[in-house]
Design a protein around this ligand. Structure first.
Ligand SMILES: Cc1cc2nc3c(=O)[nH]c(=O)nc-3n(C[C@H](O)[C@H](O)[C@H](O)COP(=O)(O)O)c2cc1C
Length: 192
């Protein structure tokens, strides 16, 4: 996690107001309200998503905890076809690639809690997540991983997350393939 120059791009979206009553209450707290949930911490929900599953989970988390959202996007898109994307990701992992990202968080220093979401790719986090985590100094911050997968557990990616964020306080991650597990998990880790 080194330092980097800032471009920008945290989107300060308001959560959608179509979920639960609790989430609706949370939506009244704008992203400027940095003390929304998570025990008064300033929260950033980041995620990489190729086909939308992890994005949906990130949005649900954002609805429940407030704060800001940031999508990790690559400059070069992955192929849209499943098999092609699987092959591209395989090659990138085998070569330990660091795909260039199209935007940066320009005020990372101001966040206390950083959620990091991703699909499991080849039994670990996708390489864009490596690029992302290496671009910032996350020491002293709380990092909370979550993933979606075709069956793999988030545990498969934890060696990578631990080594990418050596000085962070990494909380219990969630394999969020069942949306019903999200809120109980947030409660368990003290974010609700
Ligand atoms: C390149 C690639 C590699 C994948 N590798 C795994 C894997 O190792 N284990 C697994 O359970 N699922 C794997 N999957 C399935 C994805 O983790 C799963 O579909 C995920 O929900 C996709 O998230 P997204 O829609 O946010 O991109 C892989 C999918 C792709 C495209």
């Amino acid at each position: 996690c080194g330092n980097s120059n800032a471009v920008n791009s945290v989107s300060s979206q308001k959560p959608a107001a179509d979920v639960t009553d609790k989430a609706t209450a949370a939506s009244a707290k704008t992203s400027e309200n940095i003390t929304a949930n998570g025990k008064g911490k300033k929260i950033l929900v980041t995620y990489f998503s190729h086909s939308g599953n992890t994005r949906r989970v990130a949005e649900q988390i954002h609805n429940l905890v407030g704060g800001d959202m940031f999508e990790i996007k690559t400059v070069a898109p992955y192929p849209t076809g499943y098999q092609e994307s699987v092959e591209a990701a395989k090659k990138e992992k085998e070569t330990d690639g660091r795909p260039q990202l199209s935007a940066k968080v320009d005020n990372m220093a101001s966040y206390d809690v950083v959620f990091v979401g991703y699909p499991i790719w080849w039994h670990t986090a996708p390489m864009p997540v490596y690029t992302f985590l290496e671009a910032y100094d996350l020491s002293g911050k709380t990092v909370i991983p979550f993933c979606t997968s075709g069956g793999s557990d988030i545990a498969e990616s934890m060696a990578a997350i631990n080594s990418l964020c050596p000085k962070s306080n990494i909380l219990e991650g969630l394999t969020a393939n069942d949306a019903n597990t999200i809120e109980p998990w947030l409660s368990r880790i003290g974010m609700r």
